[in-house]
Design a binder for this molecule. Sequence first.
Ligand code: SAH
Ligand code: SF4
Length: 395
Amino acid sequence: MNEPTPPSTPPSLPGPLPAPASPALPDIRDQDRAALATAFAAWNEPSYRLDQLLRWLHFQRAGSWDEMKNLPKALRERLATAYSLGSLSLARVQGSGDSTRKFLWRLADGAFVESVLIPANPALYGERADRHTLCISTQVGCAYGCRFCASGLDGWKRNLLPWEIAGQVLAVERWHAARPKSSAPPASDGTGDDDDRLVNNIVVMGMGEPLANYKNLIAALRTLNAPWGGGIGARKITVSTSGVVPGIRQFADEPEQFRLAISLHGATDAVRAQIMPINRKYPLEQLAAACEHYVGRKGKMITLEYILIAGVNDDASQTVPLASLARRLHAKVNLIPYNKVDGLPWERPSDNRCEAFAAALESLECTATLRLEKGHDIDAACGQLRLKTERELSG
Ligand code: SAH
Ligand code: SF4
């Protein structure tokens, strides 16, 4: 994710590892309603018990079976023998007040992933100010090796399970519910009511390439979207891809109206291939055709994300092909000045240069937005906090 982060609060040192879930048991949050209904029917449990369980899992964000007080003990014990109940453990949080916050989660196997919570900007999105976007990760590391990105610097470690992807929302809301509130007494146990639901928009722009973890991604998005789960509208969920063409086509054919963003970052094959190795496998024409398929199936506008990197992709050679691709796809362009990554040589262009690039696109009748944020720090882009923490722990 490319959101700048404000000055960070001192990080809390990563605590002890959470107890590893039994590897033999599937996580209960990876069961959809239909699967659990089958189990409950086999156990002769009434369906209202299933509703109570789903509420504990996806609404009250239960971290243990014992919390599920209104379920009979025998049922809880039965569930515990059939399923594990995992949760993400908070290792670090950066940011303060109403600003962007970055969370580093430690998984049961000791791996780290990040999520970024971004308060709604009413002026920008026309949203209520109390609503938030959460940027979530889908893999530990990334195999795609885009030259400018921290997430791929140490390669790919593993795919996240569906519950680990969707669970980032639960974990952030649990953190939110447990915080002291100015106008109301603090929630004592982190379980909550409607007021504690703060995420209403999801962007899958964290660590990893979502379409390279396709099955788990879709399962997670369905949980987040389901009325018995996260209850977040499909139109409020955007998946960003570096351009995995077969995945884009498959995604277009899903029944839900999930949104799509493409990490373009170069409007000619020569420039794009230089910074994104995936362009050698799926060059721009193939990518454009897959995007057309998506737009044709969904009737939804896509976003082309374009990081501006000084001296690489920020000159006039890119504006004409970029505008023409955007017009062809009826896409809007989101210009993002590069966030510097420690150890990488790339720089963000000056504000003037970014503005000139945006103005050139507008003059070519291409809809482009540019946000020039101040105060970005070196951990801003997703992947950097995890990388830094892993290096600290191993060094
Ligand atoms: N793998 C997916 C989603 C994760 S990356 C993808 O590539 O789309 C999410 C976005 O953050 C991408 O557009 C990516 O190019 C961008 N990004 C990565 N590193 C960045 C940096 N240092 N500054 C700004 N944006 C960055
Ligand atoms: Fe992976 Fe996306 Fe980063 Fe490329 S930009 S390395 S695909 S996370």
